[in-house]
Design a protein around this ligand. Structure first.
Ligand code: PAF
Length: 279
């Protein structure tokens, strides 16, 4: 992959990439479409599919995470992707099984709250794998989904701080008709759990309406209680966190007005879902 990327670069070809963990859905296809537009007509498109073990915690769903490389390959082919890069664990983390893999990339500020607080080693895994993918694929631009808002902010910061010559682009979240954000993990939601999963979007809409109708910023505590109650009204849902923050710095806000950002994580049954939006 790296050799191919170097050849492309020598020929002056613009390389766009979309890093994924596979099990591609319409949300991923919209990222691929955006990468294609940005890379231009002579550009090349690389999609990586790799379920990265280092971003999963010990009690998380690494082993059960949905995988379907055949289907991913077909979708990539239909979307006109030039290369599907799907490495093995041994290729990505050489020597890891003998505990010889030892280099990580750590972002220390934006990674602290929210997903970072709930999943302590998660972002270290994400920044490390994305740095490795940037070094291998050598893209001019990379597209990430806004559904993982904190992840996108951290990757932007990492690319800037470590001088990766990559334009990091963030594309909007795609939603199902009822508002549920598209995610490979939605596959886990069976029966009534699928219906209950809409509680994330309903929480966002309810908070948004409250903030928009208020004449001054609303205390975050009041909005958090509102979300807690709504989530609790679902038989199988449990709120992990809801946070209100400044969209650039990700600093938590005590009072929430228009332009603030909300992010939340909710367990629906065993499945942990996240969502976020500008208010
Ligand atoms: O968002 C994802 O699917 C993953 O976190 C990423 C960016 C592909 C890194 O493994």
């Amino acid at each position: 992959m790296q050799r191919l990327a170097r050849d492309w670069r020598r020929e002056g070809v613009e390389i766009g990439c979309v890093p994924t963990m596979g099990c591609l859905h319409a949300g991923h296809l919209s990222l691929i479409e955006r990468a294609r537009r940005e890379a231009g007509p002579g550009g090349r498109l690389v999609v990586s599919v790799y379920v990265n073990p280092t971003q999963f915690g010990p009690r998380e769903d690494f082993s059960t995470y949905p995988r379907d490389l055949k289907r991913d390959a077909r979708l990539c082919r239909e979307a006109g992707v030039d290369v599907l890069f799907a490495p093995t664990d041994e290729q990505m983390y050489p020597g890891a099984f003998e505990e010889k893999y030892s280099t990580y990339v750590i972002e220390e500020e934006l990674s602290r709250g929210m997903e970072g607080a709930s999943r302590p080693t998660h972002f270290r895994g994400v920044t490390t794998i994305v740095a490795k993918l940037f070094n291998i694929i050598q893209p001019h631009l990379a597209v990430f989904g806004a559904k993982d808002y904190q992840q996108a902010a951290i990757i932007e910061r990492m690319a800037k701080n470590l001088n990766f010559p990559v334009r990091v682009l963030v594309a909007p979240t795609l939603r199902e008709e009822d508002g549920l954000a598209m995610s490979s993990r939605n596959k886990y939601l069976e029966g009534e759990l699928r219906g209950e999963a809409v509680v994330l979007w309903r929480s966002i809409e309810k908070v948004r309406a409250a903030v928009r109708s208020a004449s001054r910023p609303v205390p975050a505590g009041r909005l958090k209680t509102m979300v807690q109650r709504l989530v609790r009204s679902q038989a199988h849902a449990r709120l992990d966190y809801v946070e209100f923050f400044e969209p650039e710095s990700l600093s938590p806000l005590a009072k929430v007005g228009r332009g603030a950002h909300i992010a939340l994580a909710v367990f629906v049954g065993e499945t942990r879902l996240i969502d976020n939006a500008r208010l």
